[in-house]
Design a protein around this ligand. Sequence first.
Ligand code: CP
Length: 337
Amino acid sequence: MSVRHFITTQDFSRAELDALLDQAAAFKREKFGSQLAGKSIALLFFNPSMRTRTSFELGTYQLGGHAIVLAPGKDAWPIEFELGAVMDGEAEEHVAEVARVLSRYVDLIGVRAFPKFRDWSEDRKDTVIRAFARYATVPVINMETITHPCQELAHVMALREHLGELRGRKYVLTWTYHPKPLNTAVANSALLIATRYGMDVTLLCPTPEYLLDEGYMQAARKNAQQNGGSLSVSHDIEDAYRGAHVVYAKSWGALPYFGRWEAEKPIREAHRHFIIDEQKMALTDDAVFSHCLPLRRNVKATDAVMDSPRCIAIDEAENRLHVQKAIMTALVTQGEN
Ligand code: CP
């Protein structure tokens, strides 16, 4: 039997996602359990983390399991991903060996691997996690690559806790300024999960150059059709915020400028006013505000917005712990029912 991975929420039905959220709510009420007793997970971080590393390590411990954190290229050998590569460069071993060896040791493999930010046509293939999924014989969990499905579940869990039923709610995913061009992963994920839960989603971004990859735009449109919501694009801040129930913020680099970031920088700099502030939030229908974190205060969102009772970013971050425990439990028990 082939194993099922957790690489994108698109591979899971609404009923399955709801079951994960129900299990996460149960873990929120009762922190400790034995669901991972005798089990282990290797957490491979190709990029830094605070929340993901802490919540996966702690969540595994709280369910009786053991987590091993590895940083390939730092405290573990650098890895090659290209098929047929003549490995006379930095990499000391191939993912074909790494994934299969780890599969003999552990029950789950988590992978965080951001884009290389040179060529989107390459990065959009999600090569690193797809290679782990190809060679591993245990389930692989996406800890953020070009989507961030664990964040999606934590986000929707927090939204349901604060708003109840989400269908028909007006949801704004707003681009916000950051001095560096960042990953589109959380923005892609926000579109996928908000449309999956039937919300009326507006993608607010400075110019058409900041639209997300057409694959995710199309998937979100299809999700909206199937779940009774909608997807629209706006470059008008006031229009997008007016009447919103949810404002979710993220910064990302414009895809047409991948690898030519000096050319993108002036456009990004010209849109610092996309910062989430009290004036914009006042246009909403008492919206909740959230962000995946980390967040640069007074660059992406003001202190007043972050410290407002309508900011649910800390709840969302807490929920990472609960949803990931639900995901790990579901993956290690697959095939048992
Ligand atoms: N939101 C999130 O994934 O946080 P970290 O980058 O700190 O893990």
